[in-house]
Design a binder for this molecule. Structure first.
Ligand code: GLT
Ligand code: MN
Ligand code: MN
Length: 394
């Protein structure tokens, strides 16, 4: 039965072809589900209430396909998109499956491999543009090492930068206004992947020639694998105006990259993440697509895959509703207001340096004993978050 949490295209939910299309293989066993053809994925996602579908070049076009075969596949896919009213906001390049990338793509020590990676990426960007994608994600799954004897990490960073600078310059020259979203991951499939977190990426972006074209694509699982906070990664990206895309899923800390259904682990982390994206708290939200980079449990058949997809979207909407209730709670607002209060007008003195501010700060009556007295009431605040999250008393 339909309810307020059933997804609709206006929610801007998207899935990768590789997510609902994941056939359930893992390093210990083969696929357990049939391949769903891309055109059927489009139909299924439209039925489920999604807004769009994202893809790697090779999710749609087999590696090494002829130009004629490529054109036929792309045309058929475009037809399915228009038949079912789905869009393609994001396209990406598979720079990790083929053995040519076994020692990296943009960071391979072999310049011919780097050239091949550039060529493949340019073709993928062109396909993305043909499908209407304004965002290109860069996930450097193979950009790393098992042993640091292999190369100096500074070379890797330099080559990574050269490739991105090349691609930005080429894209601009074509007159396209693409946005590149860089996705970090600490490890897997490589022992160590370069630029391991969203924080690393944010700094790296500032060193690029066309940094204005580049932002990040943080993924819940990739921040949580090493036990980091996705909420902080996303907030930092938003504060820097660099949240270009997002990969929503779930993950137990310290495990392999699980890519679980959104909301299925660390429900409180998911709650605060959705609160941030929806902007129910202090700042405006994120207005881009809400992309799920996750896949169904290996236990599932095709029907279970659609349960999984609906689950991701419903959980997001349920958490958005819970976040709205939390931020509309007068007690929550009171605790936040009390903690942020500035009855002595101190905050403006801190906003910039001037000799007058400097002197005013020296003149302030700041007694650490007095300042350390008040409790912050965060126990109560967090309990309120918990109760709103679980729908108690609302
Ligand atoms: C791959 C990876 C994801 C990336 C995808 C984009 S591919 O499935 O695990 O995190 O976002 O390249
Ligand atoms: Mn991802
Ligand atoms: Mn992942």
């Amino acid at each position: 039965m339909a309810d307020a949490f059933d997804p609709v295209p206006a929610d801007q939910f998207t899935f990768g072809l590789w997510t609902v299309g994941n056939p359930g293989a893992d390093p210990f066993g083969p696929r357990v589900r049939p391949t769903i053809p891309p055109t059927e994925i489009v139909a299924g996602l439209a039925r489920a209430g999604a807004y769009g579908v994202n893809l790697h070049d090779n999710d749609l076009i087999p590696f090494g396909a002829s130009a004629a075969e490529r054109d036929r596949i792309v045309a058929e896919f475009k037809q399915a998109l228009s038949d079912h009213g789905l869009v393609v906001p994001m396209a990406t390049t598979n720079l990790f499956s083929h053995p040519v990338f076994r020692d990296g793509a943009f960071t391979s020590s072999d310049p011919r491999v780097r050239a091949f990676a550039l060529r493949k990426t340019m073709a993928a960007i062109e396909t993305g543009i043909e499908l209407g994608a304004g965002i290109n994600v860069f996930w450097g799954g193979r950009e790393g090492v098992e042993t640091d004897a292999a190369r100096d990490c500074r070379d890797a960073i330099k080559w990574y930068r050269e490739c991105l600078d090349f691609l930005c310059a080429w894209t601009k020259e074509q007159g396209w206004s693409q946005r590149f979203a860089l996705e970090a991951k600490p490890n897997e499939p490589r022992g160590d992947i370069y630029l391991a977190t969203t924080g690393h990426m944010l700094h790296f972006i500032e060193t690029l020639e066309h940094s204005e074209m580049c932002g990040v694509n943080p993924e819940v699982a990739h921040e949580n694998m090493p036990g980091l906070s996705m909420v902080h990664a996303v907030a930092q990206a938003m504060e820097a105006d660099k949240l270009f895309h997002i990969d929503l899923n779930a993950q137990k800390i310290g495990r392999y990259d699980q890519d679980l259904r959104f909301g299925s682990e660390d429900v409180k982390g998911a709650f605060f993440l959705v609160r941030l994206l929806e902007g129910t708290g202090a700042y405006p939200g994120y207005d881009g697509p809400r992309h799920f980079d996750a896949h169904a449990y290996r236990t599932e058949d095709v029907a279970g895959v659609w349960d999984f997809a609906r689950g991701c979207m419903r959980s997001y909407k349920i958490l958005a509703e819970r976040a709205r209730c939390f931020d509309a709670d007068a007690e929550v607002q009171q605790i936040l207001a009390d903690n942020h209060a500035d009855p002595y007008g101190v905050a403006p003195l801190l906003s910039s340096y001037s000799p007058a501010h400097h002197q005013a700060i020296l003149d302030l009556d700041l007694d650490p004993e007095t300042l350390s007295q008040p409790g912050r009431r965060y126990e109560r605040l967090d309990q309120l978050a918990f109760e709103h999250l679980l729908g108690v008393g609302v």
